[in-house]
Design a binder for this molecule. Sequence first.
Ligand SMILES: *Cc1c(COP(=O)(O)O)cnc(C)c1O
Length: 353
Amino acid sequence: MSFSLENLLRPHILGIKPYSSARDEYSGKEGVFLDANENPYGSLTGEPFNRYPDPYQLEIKEKLSFIKGVRPTQIFLGNGSDEAIDLLMRAFCIPGKDNIILLPPTYGMYEVSASINDIAVKKVNLTADFQLKPKEIIESVDSCTKIIFICSPNNPSGNKMKRQDIRSIIAGFNGLVVVDEAYIDFSDEPSFTNELNDFPNLLVMQTFSKAWGMANLRIGMAFASEEIIRILNLIKPPYNISGLTQQKVLESLEQANKIEELVQKVLNEKDHLSKALEKLPFISHIYPSNANFVLVKMSGAKKVYDHLINDLIIVRDRSKVVLCDDCLRISVGTEEENQKLIGELEKYVSQVL
Ligand SMILES: *Cc1c(COP(=O)(O)O)cnc(C)c1O
């Protein structure tokens, strides 16, 4: 049996008639607009927020299409990647019946979204060095398994997955495989967007929240076949990306040539931070990272966490997460922030240990 979008979707999805917004029915830019019950006088702030934004964010998709090497019709934009995760569950998984496969330790939002949608979760843990177990993953698929979520580079471990393992999972599964590349800009690995033509059951997620520094604006990207993207557009809220966000993202994309420099700055700081962390006696391992954070194993992670909180340095305690015993996840900060962190950890050595 091979991949068939029609068979994989919840049956009622194909029959949905989309909400037809005013901007769907007339998409021209010129004219006297009396069709959307907007306030013609503008907003109290004086900014042009009174008109509804483009529901399909076509200008952004045109620009992204060049940068990412996919057609504009292969791009979905969501209110953060989190919106795409939720929409995928709602499109493919029948509540109380279907399931998804997650590969812990991984990003928490997949499971939260599954719970909200009453979708069962099967788990196949990563190996001790946070790699995939392709054979076990494929063996755990049953007739109700609709989606497998692979996060690469992975959160919270930071490493990238072996490309061949990802490929063999996509090739060995008739359902949808989501490759979450939130941290791909920090990695030397090429994106799986390059492989969309080979795999009709692949969806790649990226985001403006990390390398692009726009977490506050809430915009995430999904890349897939035109038929999958059409479904996401069909079931999304009509105006899911605000006009202000669209404008700022466009401005950002016009300077896309500078993103590498910004990423390099973070990577240089990650190097400095890792070298300084290595010297601390209570730290036993710094996991290899292809992202903008490091997972660090130590003795007494919770104690270290509390010590840092006390000094208003906030890292992520992952010590209760499977395969992450005694680990903290530390985002790479500015040079100054990282020095402050290291200073406090040195104080911890002299005062507490
Ligand atoms: C941060 C992160 C995201 C980004 O989510 P947004 O909703 O786009 O901010 C997605 N996936 C992973 C694994 C992340 O760590």
